[in-house]
Design a protein around this ligand. Structure first.
Ligand code: FES
Ligand code: FES
Length: 158
């Protein structure tokens, strides 16, 4: 079966694929076709936030997003790291606060906060940042350190 080509921008690189089924989730395209394994698979039902990425700067659950739905859009993943100021800033706060245990949930937390910084502005309030984390779960329950990372974001500013 011939499939239409899907075009995306992923971490500022143009991606063109002709092998993406209509029902493929963005999570699977990122992890298995593009080898971007930083985006984690948790529940696949929209309940844990581990798969969070940015779509045109807004946080989105890649397990609930069809790749073909985001044709032509700009996707940012945790691998954007140093090339994306928002992601780099949140990553630095997590590192400084030691805000991870096993680290499985961490990319999702980082991307949700990066999305909040885009939506609310670089000086987002603590309440706005915490609200952005409402859909992120940490199975290791390392929430204390994650809250310290949020506070570092606030103290250190943009
Ligand atoms: S894997 Fe997407 S929300 Fe859990
Ligand atoms: S650090 Fe292990 S799930 Fe969050």
């Amino acid at each position: 079966m011939t499939r239409a080509i899907v075009r995306l921008t992923v971490n500022e690189h143009a991606v063109e694929r002709s092998d993406v089924p209509d029902d493929e989730r963005l999570l699977d395209t990122l992890r298995w076709r593009l080898a971007l394994k930083g985006t984690k698979e948790g529940c696949r039902t929209g309940d844990c936030g581990a798969c969070t990425v940015l779509v045109d700067g807004q946080s989105a659950l890649s397990c609930l997003t069809l790749t073909r739905e985001v044709e032509g859009r700009s996707i940012t993943t945790i691998e954007a790291g140093p090339t994306d100021a928002r992601v780099a800033r949140v990553r630095a706060a997590f590192e400084a606060a030691g805000a991870l245990q096993c680290g499985y949930c961490t990319p999702g937390f980082v991307m949700s906060l990066a999305g909040a910084l885009t939506e609310q502005g670089a000086s987002a309030s603590r309440a706005e940042l915490l609200e952005a984390l409402g859909g992120n779960l940490c199975r290791c329950t390392g929430y204390g350190a994650i809250l310290r990372a949020v506070d570092r974001l606030r103290v250190e500013g943009p």
